[in-house]
Design a protein around this ligand. Structure first.
Ligand SMILES: [Mn+2]
Length: 289
């Protein structure tokens, strides 16, 4: 787990899923300001898959990580994994734009990404959500050796951190995804109280306004891929946090509408996801290649 404090004159912008929507990422930097020594960023997973510009996003985020290694942060999402990348386009995109080897290198780098970031000891930021067991604490997360396990698998701490979702009913329930579980407001309350937290900040689910505050203010979802999958009509959002550790939300609309974020890459790496030449490349991809 990465731990970061915000000093006087500094701020951090926390973003949720971007899912290959590179032009919307540019809009985030236009609205929020670019990363700098004083302006930290945390991208909370799911940079890749679905949208067609996942390699561009991943490479830009890695470049910023190299430029500001201690001021720019990336959490792993459930899409920074081999199974998802095979199904939802990233592996195909790597093959179409680069080579199989490039995908392998991304896969290796994804398996080294942190699973959570703690901001000011107040906000626990992770992609999915909380755990199947109330006894899990921040110290258990600190002790988790993420390098020991390359893929999250079907059970365990890593899987739960990447996959779980909140629910309105108390207690825990089965996941609508078939992976992970759902946790209620009482689970969130206990986790925050036991660990001295104000709230958890997670992503992983689209929200029509780009973000949503649930569980009596202690579970915040932030999602930064507006007009998700070219069909959802949702806004994107990001959260700014300064030295007072108050949350400031900004909502934004998609740029370029439908054209840019089509699912261009299927599992076989061919534009449109088809194997034959019958499917012509779509305009958005050709125009900007
Ligand atoms: Mn996700």
């Amino acid at each position: 787990m990465v731990e970061v404090d915000i000093e006087e004159g500094e701020e951090i912008t926390v973003c949720g899923d971007t899912h290959g929507q590179f032009f919307d990422l540019m809009e985030i930097f236009r609205l929020a300001g670019k990363p700098s020594e004083k302006h930290f960023f945390l991208f909370n997973g799911d940079f890749v898959d679905r949208g067609s510009w996942s390699t561009e996003i991943a490479l830009l985020l890695y470049a910023y990580k190299m430029l500001y290694p201690n001021k720019f942060f990336l959490n792993r999402g459930n899409h920074e994994t081999d199974d998802m990348n095979r199904m939802y386009g990233f592996e195909g995109e790597c093959r179409a734009k680069y080579t199989e080897r490039v995908f392998k290198l991304f896969s290796e780098s994804f398996s080294a990404l942190p699973l959570a970031t703690l901001i000011g000891k107040k906000y626990f930021v992770l992609h999915g959500g909380l755990f199947s067991d109330d006894k899990i604490t921040l110290d258990d997360v600190r002790k988790l050796d993420r390098f020991k396990q390359r893929q999250p698998g079907q059970a365990g701490l890593m899987m739960e951190m990447l996959w779980t979702d909140p629910q309105t009913a108390p207690g825990r329930g089965p996941s609508k995804r078939g992976v992970g579980l759902q946790f209620g407001p009482d689970v969130t309350k206990r986790f925050c109280e036991n660990n001295g937290l104000e709230a958890i900040i997670r992503s992983h689910e689209v929200r029509m306004e780009g973000y949503e505050v649930e569980h009596d203010g202690r579970c915040i979802t932030v999602f930064s891929a507006p007009h998700y999958c070219d069909s959802t009509g949702n806004k994107g959002a990001f959260i700014k946090i300064g030295p007072e550790y108050k949350l400031n939300f900004t909502k934004f609309d998609a740029v370029f509408g439908n054209l840019m974020n089509k699912y261009l890459f299927g599992s076989n790496g061919v534009v449109g996801g088809r194997s034959g030449p019958s499917e012509p490349p779509r305009r958005g991809y050709v125009a900007l290649r």
